[in-house]
Design a protein around this ligand. Structure first.
Ligand code: MG
Length: 349
């Protein structure tokens, strides 16, 4: 190349929003909705295109529109960057952009997809993981009226583990409806729904009689010492979710919980999620990975880390009707990773 000024960009980045229609109206303690919008990111360089997806979280002031704007602001950085050095590039992006974790996650996934495709290996192989050593994954049942929950539990017959959302005023009704349909092991997520130590202890002791393996985030995120008090009074392991978003949260929450639920969208990508897994292990915490409602792109990307997990809750792609991608599969409740290069998804036709 004779003149630097005329050289083509080393990497081109672009973003778009992806509308995902939900199979069921989704209700948790926090919200209720019929569709979700995620952010899709593409990075092209040296004839290879990497793709990524992030699910912006309204609670943290994120949106797909904000993500598209941030990605435009990074075009110049990518024009002179080598995506093979994605670690350095991600450090530069993290230094430049505050917050916007889902946008960072979409970019991070696209970079990992690109790097592994460039090496022509699946991402799990690039990381030195055993792609066959994946955990079972739960199928989530959102809060609803008893008859709807019973139908959802019947529809989830293929999944040996269910994750039940509780935390509104009808916890007993929800659990009774589930138990009227199945004896499967359950994991329960209260999404910060209980407001005092006594309430949480009473509910958890009751759940201990209902065949529940563990409980996620019984109290509001800020109630850390209270979570520790609950933990002393019950036998069921307690996992942090909303209380633990980023790597720096882990040392702070570790004394009060038995495990953490790590989410790529909240962590800011796969690299950050991997740091969180390592740190959680250092603090002897059990590790699960959860997800937002996303297409198979983000879910398959997160699943690449699943050989490192104790539990997985990667079902966000099973909750949508118009998944644009085909990727990780669930067979007998276990994640089956693709063997294609990169994240390993292909567009559905
Ligand atoms: Mg949760």
């Amino acid at each position: 190349m004779a003149l630097g000024a005329l050289a083509p960009p080393r990497a081109a980045i672009s973003a778009r929003s992806i509308r995902l229609d939900l199979v069921n109206t989704w209700t948790t303690v926090m919200s209720s909705s019929d569709y979700r919008e995620t952010l899709g990111v593409s990075i092209t360089s040296q004839g290879v295109t990497g793709i990524g997806e992030g699910a912006p979280i309204v609670r943290y002031g994120e949106s797909a529109a904000q993500g598209i704007e941030i990605v435009s602001s990074l075009r110049e950085l990518f024009a002179s960057a080598d995506p093979a050095q994605y670690a350095k590039l991600l450090d530069q992006i993290f230094a430049k952009i505050p917050g916007a974790w889902a946008t960072k996650a979409a970019i991070d996934i696209a970079l990992h997809d690109w790097a592994a495709k460039r090496l022509n290996v699946p991402l799990w192989k690039m990381w030195g993981l055993d792609g066959a050593a994946t955990p079972t994954t739960t199928f989530s049942i959102g809060i609803d009226k008893a008859d709807v929950i019973r139908r959802k539990v019947r529809d989830a017959a293929a999944y040996p583990y269910l994750k039940i959302k509780v935390g509104l005023t009808n916890d007993e009704e929800v659990m009774e409806a589930v138990r009227a349909e199945t004896k499967k092991p359950l994991r329960v997520d209260a999404n910060e729904g209980w407001k005092s130590v006594d309430e949480a202890v009473r509910k958890i002791k009751w759940l201990e009689t209902q065949g529940v393996e563990f409980i996620e985030q019984p109290l509001p995120a800020a109630m850390l010492t209270e979570a520790g008090e609950v933990r002393k009074r019950v036998n069921m392991p307690i996992f942090a979710d909303e209380a633990c978003l980023h790597a720096e949260d882990i040392p702070r929450i570790a004394p009060y919980f038995d495990g953490v639920n790590i989410k790529v969208d909240k962590a800011g990508g796969l690299r950050q999620a991997m740091r969180m897994i390592d740190l959680a292990r250092t603090y002897k915490l059990k590790v699960m990975m959860g997800c937002m409602v996303s297409s198979s792109l983000a879910i398959t990307a997160a699943a690449q880390l699943s050989p490192l997990l104790d539990y997985s809750d990667l079902d966000g792609n099973l909750l949508i009707k118009n998944d644009p991608y085909d990727g990780v599969k669930v067979v007998n409740g276990r994640l089956v990773l693709p063997t294609r290069p990169g994240v390993g998804v292909v567009a559905r036709r």
